[in-house]
Write a protein that binds this ligand. Sequence first.
Ligand code: GLA
Length: 731
Amino acid sequence: MNIVFDESIGVFKLDTSNTSYLIGIVDEEGFVGHLYYGPYISDTDIAYLARINENPFVPSANNRDRGSFLDTFPMEMPGSNVGDYRESAIEIEDVNGHTAVSLLYKGHRIRNGKPKLTGLPATFGAEEDCMTLEIDTIDKTLGLEVTLRYSVFKDVDVITRSCSVKNVSETTVFLTRISSMSLDMDQEDYRLLTLHGSWARERHMDYREIGYGRTNVGSFRGESSHQEHPFMALVSEKATQETGRVYGFNFVYSGNFLAQVEKNQFDNLRVQMGIHPKNFKFEICPGEVFTAPEVTMVCSDKGLGYMSRTYHDLYRNHLIRSPYKEKERPILINNWEATYFDFDTDKLLSIAREAKDAGIEMLVMDDGWFGNRNDDNSGLGDWFVNEKKLHGGLKYLVDEVNKLGLKFGIWFEPEMISPDSALYRAHPDWAIAIPDRTPCRLRNQFVLDITRAEVREYIYRSVSDILHSANIEYVKWDMNRQLTDLGSVSLGKENQGELSHRYVLAVYELQERILCEFPNLLLENCSGGGARFDPGMLYYSPQIWCSDDTDAIERLSIQEGTALVYPLSSIGAHVSVCPNHTVGRVTPFETRGNVALAGTFGYELDITKLPKEERELIPIQTAMYHKYNKLVREGDYYRIASYAENHLYDCYEVISKDKKEVLVTYVQVLNQPNSHSRIIKLAGLNPNMRYREEEGEIIYYGDTLMHAGIQIQNMWGDFQSKLIHFTMVEG
Ligand code: GLA
């Protein structure tokens, strides 16, 4: 890792172990241009890549055709309305209603470490683990300073970008668009890969060609969303899992986003990621600074697999902060699919008793324990224990669960309010709404205006009082509807466009405050399943509920797309009953366990009602979790085959960093008549070391396992699966 500035040619060079990123200061005016991002290169003097030695010339040589320069030059932070017709990274509205911005070099700093982003989650590292470059740019006419921030890491091939906008003028300015990064590059043979989904069908991989004009995905739902994901990759046509060029971009933010690629008249690409400009207008008063969230960028010349492993390492080592991040998480049993709203103390204790016998370690009480909440039509906001259900109170229940030897966890949906609740009757104006317009209901609920300090305080007190009232060691923080009817009584008419961003900042502030007060709390974020599975939330919770769909087969594609970016240790995954409550599919209990193992692992069923044959498998599965969790949590992930692609089977592998232990998960989704046994080629092994398959006698060299592969016999029936475990033979 290194960052240098060659003053004689005005070029910055940022290096990770295997990648380089070069920026050039061009022309006497000081345009900040992008020169290169890709595999590591040795030279710094590559200013020719800015193509300013061909037509059109730089403005100082050809001001007559200034527009031609501005519309082709690869800008690091393109402004707007001054001659670059490609997408702007920043747009403003000044007090006179004008919108032009043009940013030129002012100065820079290079330092060890990485500064925090005020109020925002971001990757971090010690002084010796990362370096940061800050380039200050300025629009002198506006009095607007934009600092471009880049960090490189020693142990991962990642470059992060963010920026902040400071008003150094004497008048207010409104920011109407801000991209945290903008990257101009040549289109070689890249396709765009994004993660697309819906409720119960999150993060399916989706490839598309990049045509002329603008291609984008985004969310303006107030959360990162089920539908599109704040991630995109440019994937070379020739790339495979383990070869070829891939650029990944991921937004460390949990709200509205826009991820966009623009292909222009010269076949260049402009790649951008930032807060979605729809409904966004943020006032920056004189002296104030607006900080844009971070984008993490990975350039891999070793396919998608290396990109995924790089992201996993980045997030495990430099984003997740929880004390649980390196620990085995307690195996939990959640009562949602077991009871829905219909439970009481006795029911929960009966589940806990049986769970303890089976090797489960924590009971999580889901929705319905508070207020008058017997279905999803009422009660949100009334965070008072419903003693009709929990007779004896919450502390009694928790103590009894603890006495059985289990930990206790609880569900909240703190950001919400039911129209049928005591809270709404007392404070109808606390819901996000526009005066005189009936707000849209979703799941019969409204969203609390947590941009207001008194509303935040109420939520904070409600959650912390409950957590103080008993020995609660885990919280599932849910968020079950998107934002609509954006209106806040606390914001002026010029400031309503700030609501969505301020909302996300408020979520971060609340979770930070709770975690400061309860530093040992295991927090799991959730949003109607996986609508807020993003790096922003990972900064607060080491695990996120991945999807409400617990069907093992649906989970294959959901977890494949999620693991494309996020470590397995962060993926909330449970075994549930069949027929599955979302799709009605019946799969073997073993397969449900094997698939959930590639995540945090737990149960979501009524264990007291489970058929005997399934109940008997739980101690075997919990033992399996203890045996493999360290490997799954800390190892390197390799995708070997994708059911989403081949429609027959799925296969992935986790290998320990020292390459001594490998776990292969194979799922035969559909049996195929009259077909050969399947050969599966492992990856990432030490070719010269010998590995023994745990169940078999045979010992193979790593090269044999990787190049010749292993044989998997057909299994009888659909949805069958097996785990294959290899350990290195010492000596
Ligand atoms: C959401 C969550 C579920 C469950 C319900 C409770 O849908 O994703 O896991 O907690 O809410 O209402």
